[in-house]
Design a protein around this ligand. Sequence first.
Ligand code: ATP
Ligand code: MG
Length: 387
Amino acid sequence: MNYIVCHYHEIALKGKNRKFFEEKLVFNIKRALPKANFEFVKRISGRIIVKLTDKGLKKQAKIKNILKDVFGIVNFSFVDSCKPEIKVIKNKALEILKSKRFKTFRIQTQRSDKDFPLTSQKINEKVGAFIVDNLNKKVKLEKPGATCFIEITKNQAFLYTKKIKGPGGLPVSTGGRAAVLLSGGIDSPVAGFLTMKRGAKVVFVHFHAHPYTDKASIDKVKRIVKILNKFQFNSKLYLVPFADIQKQIVLKMPAKLRVVFYRRFMLRITEAVAKKEKALALVTGDSIGQVASQTLENIFAISEVASMPVLRPLIGFDKEEIIDLAKKIDTFDVSILPHQDCCARFLPARVETKADLKQVKLEEKKLDIKELIKKALKATKLLTISK
Ligand code: ATP
Ligand code: MG
């Protein structure tokens, strides 16, 4: 088991981009794994192989957990390797299967080296017959007790019995950049995760009302970003002081519309950050109708301020589905810790569910929008958080 073979598939469909995608995936695997665990990572014949060091060999459980979070990998296996010669392959298959408990089996060969003298089917037959002779087991093609996979490349054959599911998606950093509005709640980390899953590298932007609220939301987003770094290794987190803007909104705007104004300012500021970061989209954790402020009417009145596309990966998700995902990616436990949400301050008894854009724009004339944004950006702090 001195190698890992990683398979991907969507990447392979990307035509001319294929090489670029594969190289990014190699790079990301190298970033994800501890340096001492591998000798090299490289692509050969439509797959990526990782040569493990002796240390890496002892850390299989840990490595498995890491690779489960590297987007672009559809499945991977810890494999044995041998010379691509039928006699050697037969013996290797025997050696592997000997140590397993099963009654029925099959051999499944994939031949990337088309110069290999036998077809995949012939290899299945020959190796299968050899196992039958030596181990006295039965071949069963449907639902066998064990499968021995054989992959033949130009210089090596790889053999294994177990495929481990990868996360799928596309390698992070192949799909441009996006800025995620990260609140410290349950939803926005999941929205960030789904954006990264499709290959985008994200920067995070958090709005807080410190010193009027405690620092809990800031501590929470720092922890959440650290957790999400398992998908993109390091992240920028912008912390935007929002209290001054909120004060103006509370003083001058109709109470029912406060949340809409908060969100409009958040989008404007995030877009300014995104421009600086050369990001091309903004991402929020909205899902239609989840809370009173997330009606389509309000989303319409809020998005209007952004010229970049506002992506909402959770738009069709139920809360339970979001929670399931949050648990899966390990952000849930931090998200549910208590914090004083900047937007929960001065929340009116009734929140507008059908904001009227005309009214919203008219009301906003009372504020010096440019100046407020300029000030907030000036006071914004940037943190770089590593894995
Ligand atoms: P979340 O669980 O992400 O907090 P939510 O269901 O509580 O979402 P809202 O509070 O209405 O919904 O927020 C909608 C979205 O607006 C959030 O998902 C997030 O993207 C963004 N947002 C809200 N508050 C903040 C904040 N303080 N900083 C950054 N983004 C925020
Ligand atoms: Mg929230």
